[in-house]
Structures are given as C-alpha cells and as structure tokens.
Write a protein that binds this ligand. Structure first.
Ligand code: GLY
Length: 555
C-alpha cells in the first residue's frame, strides 16, 4: 500500500513539474477572418496573399500547396499525391488525388523484377498532385488559376532561404539522388545547402509556368508528361503516357462518425485513417476514457490498448472496389461492442493476428496544412511523396521530385515476412489502384458548425496523433495549442509495442506501463500536427506542433 502511494506521489510530482512546460511551447495565433497552420511560413504568406487579393479559401489553399512543392521538396512536389477534406456551404467533400499503380504493374511485379518499391523509377506511382489542385480549382475556385501559381513561381525563381529541416533532409544523401536531383538540391561539390543559404529551382519554374498557362494538360499529356516518362524509364520504372493520361482524381464522401456531441469527418479508403479513428473513438466512448485523469497511467494504458485494437484490421484494408461488407465488419456497433468488451483496464490483451496480416513498414514523412475562415469554410490537406524526397528520382528537364508511393502497397504478396506472416491481399499492387494510406485530414463539427480541422505528418502515427489531439481538445478541456503539444503514444497492433515520446514520460510511468504488460519503445516524437479551430467567442485559432518546423498565421 505504502509503495503504491509513493508511486502515485512520484507520478503526481512529475506531472506538476512538467505540465507547465507544455503551454510554454505555445505556437498558436488568433485571427478573425482566416487562419492557417502548416509546415512553412511561405505557405502561410501565400494563403494570406491570395485571400487579400480577393481569393476564397480554396484559391488560397491551392496557392499554398504549390508553394510547398517548391520549399518542401522532401515532402511535397508536383510529382506527389494526397488527400483533402474541403468544406463550403454545401457540405464536406473528400478529394483523393493519391498516386495510382502504373498499368504495367501486377501483384508480382516486384517479386519478378527484383526492383525496389522504395527507390528509383519502379517506386514511382502516377502522381495526382497537379490533377488534385486543378480539381479543387474547378469545383470551388474563384480567382483565375494563373494567379494561384504566382507565389510558388516567385519562390522557385528568386529562391528562398533553407531551414534546419532542409539540411536534416539532405545531409549525407547526395549519392541517393539521380544526377538531376543532385544538381538541384546540392552545391556543385555535393555538399548540402546550409540554413541561411538560398536555393533556386530554375527548371521547376518552367514546369510551374507551363502549369500556370495550361493547367494540368501538359503534366498529364505533353512536355511535362514526356519528362516524367523519360526520367522514370531511365531509372527502370514503367510509367507510360497512357498512365498519365488516364489519371483521375476521385471525389468521395468523407468517413463520418459521432464522437460524443461532435461529428467528425475524416478520410475514407484508400486511407485507413478515418476507419481507425472511428473505431478508436467508439472504443474510447465505450470505455469512458474521458472520465480518467489526464496523463494518468490508466489513461495511457487505455489509449495504447484502444489504438492497438483499432489498428488491428488495417492489414485487411486497401483500395477496395466494394468496401461495404468490410465497413460493416470494422465499424458496426455490434462488432465494436464485442471488441471493447475484450479491453482490460489493467492489462495488455494480445488479440490474435488476423489472417493475411503483415506489419507493414511505412515512412514517417508526409505533411499537412489546415485552413479555416470566418464563413465556416475549411481546407484540411495532407500531401506526401511517401519517403524523404520520395524515390530520389528528379526529372531531368523540369526538376520534379518523383514519389515512392508504390512502397505503400504490399509489394510481396504471398511471401512470408520476418514473422512468418502473409501480406494483406486487399493492398496488393494492381494497375490503376491506389495504395493504402494513413493520411487523415479531418474536420470536426458540432450542430453543423465547424469546431476544428487538423491533420498530421508521420505515416500510421498520423492516426494516433489526430485521435489524441481530438480527445484532449474536445473532451479534456485543453486549449488548441496545449492539445497539439501534449505528449503522445502510438500503437499500431503490430509490432506489439507501445511507442512513447522521448523525455516526455518519466521512468516511473514507463515502468508502471511495463507492469501492465506493455513493451515500450521510445521515439523522438510521434508525428507533427497542424490544427485550426473556431473558439466559442468566434475567434479563429491556429496551432502547430513544436516537435518540428511550422507556422501559423492569418488575417
Ligand atoms: N505515404 C504515407 C501515407 O500515405 O500514409
């Protein structure tokens, strides 16, 4: 008994000592007309510039996305893909502009060719970024398209000062790039650009100007398409002109679920994000987690267990043609009630591994931005090249970084992995299909009014992070910034590990979690989130994660 009391006192003292630090990391802004949270000040400036010129939130978001393709080529490029949730007066729509598998690819492509789904030309999926931005413009745009490209063209042509993140993303990697990439992203002696130095991208300016004049046309059938095909081919890839010509975005209904009094909208398949968030939210409600003390051992334990249970069927997910029976299985009230009954509040429960399961390794890159205005309009957009600089292949003529999104497919079906498990069949490589994703652009409403929008970087950790921010902001009374900065855990069912953030969990907490059966692994950080909200007094608020570089601003 005395031992238990001492432990609780130690935990309490720790919390008292460290909790005040979280608000001290404040990164939030409050504005009246429009608020933006994202990875870069250039994005924030572009959004403000376009909004000031009379553009709407969607125009501004397109301009911002294009600036990221210049300033953040390690996460975003004209050769990447992504998802967006967009809200205007007629409701919320989800846009899928994720990459597709080239027509020459079959499920055994990588087994047969021994090519890598992670590096070089065979890693490249047919990019959707440009088609995605054009689709947003066509559906929601108010300013002429050509105006939206101006901020990005200026940044690529005049150059911009690189940050510490740029150095971390390039240092020691020059040899991974093809020649074209090496010439653009490194000094002529192969050394990386240092923080404070200028980078210009003259070839990219040409591509952006062509897109400015001819929208997506030349990217999918014309000069830029030829450049992509030639470069991919020279690096042993198989994207054809037909693949580019046939690329189509998809407008989808968001995956919608109730979380307490809130209505949450997130990304449906081919993202696993919305489904896993919905499962976790329902399990949290069932287990009444919001009655637990914030940052208590019981709360961390339950969060870990709920995430593990919620992630379990991810291995069965994919770009499904008929998802209805699966959704019933994963999301029905009955199945979740049965699942929740198996969660113990005191001990880790090891559910058996589902048939066809592989603990799939995903990259931790990707980025996100959220924008909201005082008219109740929202853009929540997640963009990704998959890995850092994607495939490390950069097109020769226009300097476009190409993704390595093919690695998000299960590329070796039928082949047992290191645990002797067989990969999930629904995410195998099929021509024209999209790989499974974790990207979770999310919007929350209460009684039809927008409350918040958010998303994060970081592969499957995106889902765990979005969930914990929602929970802390909506149910635990933390302000937006505190909810974003709060420590996080991550569990994805396999490996059977509870990931915790370095220096944010005292040894006593970890040892008590171990006692409950958790195998703990420490990570530097668990994702980076970018969130916006409308407060009760009507002010707009934006917060970005102090775990990395970012910016929040507005008008
Ligand atoms: N490539 C990261 C994701 O789609 O989840």
């Amino acid at each position: 008994m005395i031992k238990t009391i001492i432990i609780y006192i130690k935990v309490l003292l720790y919390c008292l000592a460290f909790l005040p630090l979280f608000p001290a990391l404040a990164q939030s802004v409050q504005t009246q007309k429009i608020v933006i949270s994202g990875p870069s000040t250039h994005l924030v400036s572009a959004v403000k510039e376009i909004y000031r010129e009379g553009g709407n939130i969607f125009d501004a978001a397109i301009a911002g996305a294009f600036t990221l393709s210049v300033t953040h080529p390690y996460f975003v490029s004209l050769g990447c893909g992504g998802f967006a949730l967009l809200k205007n007066r007629s409701g919320i729509k989800a846009l899928d502009f994720r990459e597709t598998a080239p027509s020459k690819m079959t499920e055994d492509f990588y087994v047969k060719t021994k090519l890598s789904p992670r590096d070089l030309g065979a890693a490249v999926g047919v990019p959707g970024f440009v088609a995605g931005q054009w689709a947003i413009h066509q559906k929601y745009g108010s300013l002429p398209w050509s105006r939206l490209l101006n901020p990005a063209i200026k940044l690529a042509g005049s150059g911009f000062i690189v940050s510490g993140q740029w150095l971390r993303r390039t240092q020691g990697l020059s040899k991974k790039f093809n020649l074209s990439g090496r010439r653009i992203f490194f000094h002529s002696d192969g050394t990386p650009y240092l923080p404070g130095q200028f980078v210009r991208q003259d070839k990219l300016v040409e591509a952006l100007r062509l897109i400015q004049r001819k929208n997506k046309t030349l990217f999918y059938n014309g000069l830029i398409a030829q450049d992509i095909i030639k470069t991919v081919k020279a690096n042993k890839g198989v994207i054809s002109l037909e693949d580019l010509k046939n690329y189509r975005v998809r407008w989808l209904q968001p995956l919608k679920f109730k979380f307490g009094a809130y209505q949450v909208f997130s990304m449906p398949l081919p993202s696993s994000g919305g489904i896993i968030l919905a499962r976790a939210a329902k399990l949290m409600e069932q287990k009444k987690i919001n009655q637990m003390t914030l940052y208590s051992i019981s709360e961390w334990h339950l969060l870990g267990e709920i995430l593990s249970f919620a992630f379990r069927p991810r291995s069965q997910m994919g770009d499904l043609s008929s998802p209805a029976p699966y959704l019933e299985k994963w999301l029905s009230r009955r199945s979740l009630k049965k699942l929740g009954a198996q969660i113990s509040l005191n001990k880790v429960k090891k559910l058996p591994v589902l048939k066809d399961t592989l603990p799939h390794r995903e990259s931790n890159e990707t980025t996100h931005f959220s924008i909201m205005n005082n008219k109740g309009e929202v853009v929540s957009m997640t963009l990704t090249l998959n890995g850092n600089f994607g495939s490390f292949v950069v097109t020769d003529k226009y300097g476009i970084v190409l993704n390595n999104q093919m690695d998000d497919f299960n590329t070796y079906p039928g082949k047992p992995n290191q645990f002797g498990l067989i990969q999930g069949a629904n995410n195998k490589v099929r021509a024209g299909f999209r790989p499974l994703s974790s990207m979770s652009p999310t919007i929350v409403e209460k009684q039809g009014k927008v409350v918040m929008a958010l998303g994060a970087t970081g592969g499957p950790m995106i889902i765990s992070s979005v969930l914990q921010i929602l929970y802390r902001y909506l149910f635990k009374g933390l302000n937006l910034d505190a909810a974003v900065q709060a420590p996080r855990v991550h569990h994805q069912f396999l490996p059977r590990v509870l990931f915790v953030e370095k220096n944010r969990f005292p040894p006593i907490v970890l040892s008590l979690l171990r006692k409950r059966g958790h195998k703990i692994k420490v990570r530097d950080s668990i994702a980076k989130a970018y969130a916006v909200s409308q407060k009760k007094d009507g002010l707009l608020e934006g917060a970005f994660d102090a775990r990395g570089e970012g910016a929040a601003g507005g008008l």
